[in-house]
Design a protein around this ligand. Structure first.
Ligand code: ZN
Length: 334
């Protein structure tokens, strides 16, 4: 269950993996795109995951129906606006939305800078109309390689004040973090926080690398951290946040089922693990589902779920003053 006295915080949600099925259908029909279905029911199986996929990259294939409808900057603006609106409807008080501008721009030849501008406008408009706080995280997509990642970073740095942090996502096995040291140094120099998808398809060494060489303060997934007990101690001692994504990990076959997920172990070890949704539009879930269904299935006790909710706030890329303000708002209901 979600505790009503603690701000509800989502740290790991991909804006480009979180598009309403209705919006995909509407934009697809409006722009005459070759959608595989012309109704919600016929389109759904192509966009959403209903059975476990053979791996992370097979899951990422589903994104083509998300980025496929980003035909212009108006679409990007709308998608960003709806992301915030949906998060608010889920009862989220603060959300960090992440996306790869290059990935979003690629399908229809948009400019990454233009994507950032449109997303920023959409988020700002929604923030004004809804009682929710939003921060953006830039993503570098590993699979484009270090050169394009540098261009992607430059596009994001042009709007440096719009981002709270930088993330590395995509093909972890094929493109290890070593390739991106310079990128993350630049991001840290810009004052950004750092989170990295690691230990999802690669082993504990990928997590060590992300913390030691890229400066990660949080790790996305870290599912394979338990293979190295020294790493678990390290994560706890350094206060590194772990963004768990339970349903996503089941759907990408990173774990065999909910019960096999290491989140319970993270909580027992007092690691700052949190519950997140990853790609709600693809996984056909939301954050409430992760708290109310997925977390109990993963063996988390009500006390652990409450602590995980607290951990999300503790490891959010916010100042102490901002965290206090969120708590105050929650307690007064203002
Ligand atoms: Zn992710």
């Amino acid at each position: 269950m979600i505790s009503q006295d603690i701000p509800l915080v989502e740290l790991h949600r991909h804006l480009d993996g979180s598009i309403r099925l209705e919006t995909i259908l509407e934009l697809g029909l409006k722009h005459n795109l070759p959608l595989p279905g012309k109704t919600l029911d016929t389109l759904r199986p192509f966009v959403q995951v209903t059975t476990p996929q053979p791996g992370v990259m097979a899951f990422i294939e589903k994104f083509k129906w998300m980025t496929g409808v980003m035909v212009d900057y108006d679409s990007c603006r709308r998608i960003a606006y709806e992301n915030v609106e949906d998060a608010c409807r889920e009862g989220i008080d603060y959300i960090e939305l992440r996306y790869s501008p290059w990935f979003m721009a690629e399908a229809h030849g948009l400019q990454p800078e233009g994507v950032v501008e449109a997303v920023t406008e959409g988020i700002r408009a929604a923030e004004q109309e809804h009682p929710i706080r939003v921060n953006q995280l830039g993503i570098l997509s590993r699979q484009y390689g270090p050169q394009i990642a540098m261009k992607e970073l430059e596009a994001e740095l042009r709007y440096a004040h719009e981002f709270a942090g930088l993330d590395l996502a995509g093909d972890e096995e094929g493109f290890p973090g070593e390739l991106f040291r310079d990128h993350f140094r630049k991001a840290r120099d810009a004052g950004w926080h750092i989170t990295v998808h690691a230990g999802e398809s690669a082993g504990p060494e990928s997590i060590w690398q992300a913390v030691r060489e890229l400066g990660a303060e949080r790790i996305g997934h870290a599912v394979r951290a338990p293979e190295d007990p020294a790493l678990l101690d390290f994560l706890r001692e350094k206060g590194i946040g772990v963004e768990c994504n339970l349903t996503s990990n089941v759907q990408t076959s990173v774990v065999s089922d909910y019960a096999a997920h290491p989140m319970r172990l993270f909580m027992e070890k007092k690691i700052l693990a949190s519950i997140n949704s990853d790609d709600p539009g693809i996984s056909a879930i939301n954050l409430r589902y992760e708290y109310e269904v997925a977390a109990p299935k993963a063996g988390l006790s009500p006390a652990m779920i409450r602590q995980a909710q607290e951990n999300a706030l503790l490891t959010a890329f916010l100042t102490e003053e901002e965290k206090t303000a969120l708590r105050r708002k929650k307690s007064t209901g203002a």
